[in-house]
Design a protein around this ligand. Structure first.
Ligand code: ARG
Length: 244
């Protein structure tokens, strides 16, 4: 299994080295993810275009945001794993045979923004374990978010390279004060008072990870990386429980 992961790693490194140093980071204010650090990250694509992120929960299961797949026929989605640079043919792809959206989901700003996809072809990459308790949602805990989304809210161009950013969780009361629709049962917020670092459009569905465990899913925001407007994430432990 290790060998399977190493080959894409080498190719991705070559490509990253060939990228001009002034290339702008994606996610907003992030850095390029390193080969092997996030084997469970997947891209959701349609006709070759990445539109959301996700993470492997098991070889044949992907967790993403409900709004990424709601209303999209499973057959129109291809999941790409083991590919940091979407311009390459690295890794593995799979069709989606079914998806299940959380009951009662309507729109990201009302929460419940989580879906689980069943893959037609299991993927040979390490899955991401789910956080063990709701105690992880403490203000100040820093998570890492991964995605191929925009580098700025008005940026039409996306990076083909997987990016990541470290972002602290914002206490519930503080988030409720800035997002009137905030619901601490099903969401949490993460961001910096000064903005500048955030997830953004097309990062949706991607994982927010603390200590190697899935804690959140990129869900919604008001613009991206604006001061005092933290990004909103699905509170994963409300929906998924950790395997023992
Ligand atoms: N809804 C966006 C998507 O579909 C994610 C937005 C996240 N925004 C933020 N400011 N963190 O890709």
């Amino acid at each position: 299994m290790r060998g399977v992961r190493l080959l894409p790693a080498v190719l991705a490194l070559l490509v990253i080295t060939a990228t001009p140093v002034h290339a702008a980071p994606r996610i907003v204010g992030g850095v390029v993810a390193e080969a092997g650090e996030a084997p469970w990250v997947v891209a959701l694509t349609s006709s070759g275009d990445q539109f959301c992120g996700g993470a492997l929960l098991g070889p044949g299961q992907v967790v993403t945001a409900a709004h990424c797949v709601d209303g999209r026929p499973p057959a129109s989605i291809t999941v790409v794993g083991g590919r940091l640079d979407l311009r390459t043919g690295d890794g593995a792809t799979s069709a989606v045979s079914a998806h299940r959206v959380v009951d009662g989901y309507s729109t990201p700003s009302r929460g419940k923004d989580l879906a689980v996809l069943t893959l037609a072809e299991p993927m040979p990459y390490a899955p991401l374990p789910v956080a063990q308790s709701s105690g992880v949602y403490m203000g100040g805990s820093v998570g890492v978010v991964y995605g191929w989304g925009r580098q700025a809210e008005d940026d039409a161009v996306k990076s083909p390279l997987l990016h990541k950013a470290h972002i602290p969780i914002v206490p519930d009361a503080q988030c409720a004060a800035v997002h009137p629709r905030y619901d601490a049962v099903v969401m949490f917020c993460a961001g910096y008072p000064d903005g500048g670092i955030d997830s953004c459009v097309d990062d949706s569905g991607g994982p927010f990870v603390i200590d190697g465990r899935l804690v959140g899913i990129v869900s919604w925001g008001v613009g991206c990386a604006r001061p005092n407007l933290p990004g909103v994430y699905t509170r994963v432990t409300t929906y998924l429980s950790a395997a023992a």
